[in-house]
Ligand binder design. Sequence first.
Ligand code: SAH
Length: 345
Amino acid sequence: MNIYGLTFSQLEKYLLQTGEKPSKAPFIYKGLYQQQVDSLLELPAIRQSLKEKLHAVFTMEQPRLLAQTESADTVKFLFALQDNSLIEAVLMRQNYGNSLCISSQVGCNMACAFCQSGRFKKVRSLQPEELVTQVLFIQKHLQLKISNIVLMGIGEPFDNYDNVMRFLEIVQHPHGLALGPRHITVSTCGLVPQILQYAAHPAHGLLAISLHAPDDETRSRLMTINRRYPVAQLMDAARTCIRQTGKKVMLEYVMLQGINDHPWQAQLLADLIGTDDFHVNLIPYNETQNLGFTQSSRERILAFYDILKKNKITVTMRREFGSSVKAACGQLRADYEQSSKPENR
Ligand code: SAH
C-alpha cells in the first residue's frame, strides 16, 4: 500500500491497530509532506524499529516523468503511472504563487465536443496517492512550493468523487501540505448530485463549473452531461453550494466563435447569475486539432465581457496560459501517442 494514500486519521488508526502510539502520526506526516523524505527509513524523530516497520509495509511510489515542456511561466508534465497509464499536469507560475493543475482520471467519459480529453475514453480513476504524488513530485523536481491546486486536468473529478475528497483531506491537513480550502479548486462539467455532496463535505475547497453556454440547446450540443442535468438544475445546485459554503463559485466559459459567444448569450448568462456570488472566467479556446471549433475573436470576447460588466457581473479573462506548451487538456498526451506510434518513429 502507498503511504501517500492515507489520510491523517487513517494513519493514526493504522498506528493504533499495530500497537504504536497515534501521537507519532504528526511526525510521520511532517516527514512525508514538509521535509519530503525519499525513504521511510529517513523519517526524522521516529525510532528505528517503527521506521523499519513502516518501510516494510508501505510503498512510496511516485509517477514517472516522461516528458516536460516549458515556456516562460508554464511547465507541462507528462507522467506514466505504475500501470503505464499516461496523465498530465501543468504548473503555472502566477504572481500570487505556483498553481498546479492536475489530472483526476486516465481519460474521460464526459465526451465534451470541444475537448481533446474526451477522445481518450476513461480507462480508470486515479487513486488518492496518484493525485497526491503529482503535487509532491513536481514540488521536489522544481524545488518550489505549490500554493494552489486546481483539478482541471484530464478527467472529471466528480466521476472520481471519493478519491478526490480523500485527496483534498490529505493536502489540507495542517501537519501535511497544509493548503487552505481557498487554495484548492475542483472543476466539474456539472454532476449535480456530487456538487451538492461537495458543498456539504467538511474537506471541500472552491468549486468551478464548466458552464460554456447559458442555454440548454447550445450546452447540450457542447456537453452531453447537460442532457442529464440541464442549466436550471445546475445553477440551482451551484447556488446551494454558494449558500452552504459561503464561497464564490466560478463559472468557466470557453469562448467558441459563433457557437456560445453571441451577445444574447452574454445577456442570458447575466440574467441567470442575477446578483448571486458567481465569478465568470472567460477562457480563449485553445484550438485542438480536428474538433471543428475555433477561438472567438478578440472583439467578440470583449463585447461579451462588456455585456457582463454592464450587468455588474464579476468577470475576468483568463490569460492564454500554456498554448505554446500544449497545455490544453489532453494535447501533450495526444502528441506523445502520435509520435510514439510505430509508423511515426
Ligand atoms: N472535467 C472537468 C475538469 C477538466 S477540463 C470539467 O469539465 O470542468 C478543465 C477545463 O478546460 C474545462 O472547463 C474544459 O471545458 C476546458 N477545456 C477543455 N478543452 C479546452 C480547450 N481546448 N481550450 C480551452 N479550454 C478547454
